[in-house]
Design a protein around this ligand. Sequence first.
Ligand SMILES: Cc1cc2nc3c(=O)[nH]c(=O)nc-3n(C[C@H](O)[C@H](O)[C@H](O)COP(=O)(O)OP(=O)(O)OC[C@H]3O[C@@H](n4cnc5c(N)ncnc54)[C@H](O)[C@@H]3O)c2cc1C
Length: 473
Amino acid sequence: MPEPLRAPGPDLLAALEAALGPGGVVPPEPRHLEEPRGRFHGTAAAVLRPADTEAVATAVRLCAAARVGIVPYGGGTGLVCGQVRPEGPPALILSLERLDRIRALDTTDNVIVAEAGVVLADLQSAATAADRLFPLSLAAEGTARIGGNLATNAGGVNVLRYGNARDLALGLEAVLADGSVHHGLRRLRKDNTGYDLRHLLIGSEGTLGVITAASLRLFPRPAETATAWVETADPATALALLQHLQDRLGETLSGFEIMARRGLDFLAEKLPQVARPIADPGPWSVLVEAGAGHGAGLGPRFEAALADAIETGLAGETLIAQNTAQRDAFWRVRESIPEANRLIGAVTSHDLSLPLSQIPAFIARADATLAAIDPGLRANAFGHLGDGNLHYNTFPAAGRNRAEHDHQRARITECLHDLVDSFGGSVSAEHGIGRLKTGDLVRYGDPAKLAAMRAIKAALDPHGILNPGAVLG
Ligand SMILES: Cc1cc2nc3c(=O)[nH]c(=O)nc-3n(C[C@H](O)[C@H](O)[C@H](O)COP(=O)(O)OP(=O)(O)OC[C@H]3O[C@@H](n4cnc5c(N)ncnc54)[C@H](O)[C@@H]3O)c2cc1C
């Protein structure tokens, strides 16, 4: 067991101020101590804002020597409380926001090298300016930073075709717990030279190292994009529609998002300025997108595939985006669902992964489970159906508020997570473990994997200074 961590004393803070220079050590702002769902409030002695990798290394070295905890911080959009530390001796938040440079972009290698603090939307724009695509995309992309995306192995709306953050990273630069720098910014597709630190660091949520930069894959930008809003009867029909479109459109299919009517109703109630594509939506809708290169004739293939889907009853009312503005409007609806949920006030939120074939049965069982706990509770299911990622959130009955259900939260979560486990699914598809799901990791995790994780943590961070309390508790 490592010795207990300490609060930073005046000597450490003075040394950090001297090392990081003006603006390098600042008091925490409210954003540093909150998380998007407002469930946890953190404490911190100060925020460190190093300007480059060497300064990150110096800060980590000083904190390690003083046995002071560090909480790495990107954009603060994480949904499992990994970036906020409510308990323990006050730690230091290590913000990567000043490491915000694009170091290189090469259209022959199809690689972009970005520092950890680059905002995801800025990274996408840099790729677009070079006529390339960086496909990682999620609703928080205007705030989340690429270091945070890699630390959480973020997913988002394009995983179906391009994979998650892990699949997009060719190499990493990171500061390890003793302050040493792992110089792993390779651009290679093949590199079988022993254990791959990159894959240990990705998804480690700041508990094994501080990511300072990454070399990331770029893709050709689809010359043609086709997008449609499609009503479908139920999740099983949506799944059959997915298979039909995959058969007909193959690899070009990049997005397949499902939304229950309830989410669209929440949107109409809380964000009426975001117009629903269909004023009186059916029980389930999907947002479908495909992209292809020049001359692929995507538009006619897409239309024909959807026409056949309508013919065979897989699709109901269907709107094909006629221009970019309409496409953007469809996506705005999908991306506004989490905000509408937040404004309604979820009792519980679940980021679940399931074998595709099990999703319809899971939703039916989950609805029944919820009704047995409290028939007044409302469920809203939506998510990245194409890759098996379902967000299943629960809400109070209309006119009641979430605080009235506080006594049921633990039971709802346990029942739904037990159900996911019984279906061979995962209780964290893309958000991570953070501090919210440490108990779930123990309850559902494979014992051999947990033992290996603890051994890795002890080897790489023997004093336990990196994001104490996250992931392994
Ligand atoms: C509206 C909304 C929609 C979202 N949609 C999606 C979605 O579709 N898919 C998805 O996967 N997620 C989604 N998220 C969750 C969130 O955006 C992602 O987890 C994102 O990757 C977090 O990035 P961040 O920079 O905000 O990280 P932060 O919140 O700052 O940190 C997250 C974790 O990573 C660690 N960390 C941050 N930076 C570093 C670093 N440089 N080195 C080491 N550790 C670090 C932190 O300590 C923390 O544990 C959504 C969030 C919101 C609010």
